[in-house]
Design a protein around this ligand. Structure first.
Ligand code: COA
Ligand code: AMP
Length: 631
């Protein structure tokens, strides 16, 4: 198949193109309308169709005679467990859990929060919600109670489903006390907390609202799949924006199913029955789309991995899993490969495993540096595909579509636009820029199926954040350029969102927390380059006059505060004290200038700067602290 023609068809005739894809999935009521628009002129796909995501993930395959094939493999180096589940086994457990949730009073239209480590029960919980039309909101287990509480208040769950503990490299994380604390902090109080007790020794304090997961599943009847409308919210997934408040990205059911099935076949080039592994936590979009829904819609065996690329127990883990479970296609973040490369630079572990099953390696979640791509290709000579997407899109927008045509790779580029995404580069005033000119990455509406439907409880923010800056176009928040051959190069965010080890975080949110410290008069948090994690945050603070707190004490307290409020994933380690921050004459903090200085990039001092001398002051302080390019 030819990429150019295939892509062109999707842009010139979106309705015809996506109707064909929708015809390829099972509906309870086939949609009569393929594409319509909501009040914001934003696309609605298949709006009068009815289906069920859990049916497509499980029941359909059992009905088609594949019930004995493996749906999930749980591989947990941290507990030294490998367990395989067939589609029939997963369906039985999910249907009973769904029955249990019904017995607790949950019903179609309600919401449930899932706060779990990477264990099969997390997948069961997501699928059980989908089965009965309950909108799930998975919260990454690395987020602290304060973050969980924000999400509880926004999504107003009837129940929270959790587990007794998660496991990090060096410690057990007891989840139940964190959930109890979040409920105490939140204004909204869920009726019940369903806890899967892993019996690993974590403290599980009992509360009146507690329900034991095993008892609930054991004592419940299997529930059937409930048909939902195509635009029914399958899930809400909170992601960081440019303010302190995370935004709940709403995913539809019908467009999502059609798009994910399409992506498995045409982007990832994976056939039904093969083993597909996306090594991401279910708390992120990758985990939703490509650890759970995408592979299951495509009747693949998906791996639920509880571990890290290194230190669980070492840098061989990925290769062991690929060879042991015969993974065909894998997906991870470049940071994971950088971590492996650091520990095993010559790829000695790679040589110990038979990786012949592995056809393609996909990388996303952050910019893929050329050195990482080259290192991988040198040690494992297969196509290594950088591809670009966001929580908002839910599936790739730029890629090398491996199921269509394998195009030559240009390191540094995430490839060409995926079917349905008409990608353009705009200047500040909405003028379209030519080849190789860097600007805002925007996408002409209509977006294809499966992309965000709305922001939960905040359509105004949705409009303001994505649709208003360039009317008729979706504003991605990323910068980039398109070269003469149509390859897109993403150069980074144009806002205050940063990517720390593939985790999307908001510096604005961190700033609010740093500013809440009693000694801080003023502060800025910026994302700076990091060889392992891609980016890490750096806090620059001005302390209140007369406050004589020692700098190391202040750093310790601020680092602790951010860990306590956001979670350790924020990875804030450096806090530097300044006499003042660089600002414009109107008082705007010049974050971009600071970022360029810290990273050692070329920069121009804006003519609006309040006092140019601050640039030299900043460099002196950075040299003292040995930060960034001043190490
Ligand atoms: N629950 C509790 N704490 C968690 C957690 C979780 N689910 N996930 C991470 N943390 C903690 C870690 O223990 C660590 O705490 P510490 O500062 O006390 O050591 C901190 O958050 C930072 O964790 P992490 O970002 O995982 O860094 P790391 O140094 O432990 O590991 C990598 C570095 C690169 C190996 C790791 O970040 C990684 O595997 N990244 C890939 C990410 C990925 O796949 N993203 C998916 C998007 S596609
Ligand atoms: P998330 O919503 O967590 O998936 O983060 C999305 C953001 O990650 C994007 O807006 C980009 O800034 C960044 N990102 C994801 N994939 C890539 C990629 N392949 N290249 C460059 N940046 C990427």
């Amino acid at each position: 198949m030819n990429y150019s023609d295939f892509y062109k068809e999707s842009i010139e005739n979106p309705e015809g193109f996506w109707k064909k894809q929708a015809d390829g999935i099972d509906w309870f009521t086939k949609p009569q309308t393929t594409l319509s628009k909501d009040a914001n002129d934003y696309p609605l796909w298949f709006k009068d169709g009815e289906l069920n995501a859990c049916y497509l993930a499980l029941d359909k395959h059992i009905n088609d005679g594949h019930g004995d094939e493996f749906a999930l493999i749980y591989d947990s180096p941290v507990t030294q467990t490998i367990k395989k589940f067939t589609f029939t086994e997963v369906r039985t457990e999910v249907a009973k859990l769904a029955g249990g949730l019904l017995s607790l009073g949950l019903k179609k239209g309600d919401t449930a929060v899932i706060y779990m480590p990477m264990i099969p029960q997390a997948a069961f919980a997501m699928l059980a919600c989908a089965r009965i039309g309950v909108t799930h909101s998975v919260v990454f287990g690395g987020f602290a109670p304060h973050e969980l509480a924000i999400r509880i208040d926004d999504s107003k769950p009837k129940a929270i489903i959790t587990a007794s503990s998660g496991i990090e490299i060096d410690r057990l994380i007891a989840y139940k006390p964190l959930v109890d604390e979040a409920i105490a902090l939140a204004e909204h109080k869920p009726d019940n907390v369903v806890i899967f007790n892993r019996k690993l020794g974590a403290r599980v304090p009992f509360k009146k609202y507690d329900i034991d997961y095993d008892a609930l599943v054991y004592g419940s009847e299997e529930a059937d799949c409930v048909p939902v409308n195509a635009t029914h919210p399958l899930y809400i997934l909170y992601t960081s924006g440019t303010t302190g408040k995370p935004k709940g990205i709403v995913r539809d059911t019908g467009g999502h199913a059609a798009a994910l099935k399409f992506s498995m076949q045409y982007i990832y080039g994976v056939k039904e029955g093969e083993v597909f592994w996306a090594a991401s936590d279910i708390g992120w979009a990758v985990g939703h789309s490509y650890t759970i829904y995408g592979p299951l819609f495509n009747r693949n065996t998906s791996i639920i991995f509880e571990g890290k690329p290194v230190r669980t127990p070492d840098a061989s883990t990925f290769w062991r899993i690929i060879s042991e479970h015969k993974v065909s296609v894998m997906f991870t973040a470049p940071t994971a490969i950088r971590a492996i490369k650091k520990e095993d630079p010559n790829g000695e572990f790679i040589k110990q495993y038979d990786l012949s099953s592995l056809r393609t390696q996909f990388l996303a979640g952050e910019r893929c540096d050329v050195a990482t791509l080259e290192w991988y290709r040198e040690h494992i000579p297969i196509p290594v595909i950088d591809h670009w997407w966001q929580t908002e899109s839910g599936w790739p927008m730029i890629a090398n579509m491996m199921g269509v045509e394998y195009l030559p790779i240009k390191p540094g580029s995430s490839g060409k636009p995926v079917s349905g995404y008409d990608i353009r580069i705009f200047g500040e005033n909405g003028e379209e820029l030519g080849p190789n000119e860097e600007g805002y990455v925007v996408i002409k509406l209509p977006l294809p199926p499966g992309t965000m439907l709305d922001i939960w409880n905040d359509s105004e923010r949705f409009k303001a954040g994505y649709l208003t800056k360039f009317p008729g176009y979706y504003f991605s928040g990323d910068g980039g350029f398109i070269d003469n051959d149509g390859y897109v190069f993403i150069t980074g965010r144009v806002d205050d969102v940063i990517n720390v080890a593939g985790h999307r975080l908001s510096t604005a949110e961190m700033e609010e927390i740093v500013a809440s410290h009693s000694s801080v008069a003023e502060c800025a948090v910026i994302g700076i380059n990091d060889a392992l994690k891609g980016q890490i945050p750096l806090a620059l603070v001005v302390i209140k006059s007369g406050d004589d707190m020692e700098s190391f004490q202040l750093e310790h307290e601020i680092v602790h505060l951010v860990r306590e409020k956001i979670g350790a994933v924020a990875s804030l380690r450096n806090v530097i004290i300044m006499q003042r921050l660089p600002k414009t004459r109107s008082g705007k903090i010049l974050r971009k200038l600071m970022r360029s200085i810290v990273d050692g990039d070329s920069y121009q001092i804006p003519s609006t700067i309040d006092d140019e001398a601050i640039v030299e002051e900043l460099k002196t302080v950075l040299s003292e602290y040995k930060i960034g390019a001043f190490k």
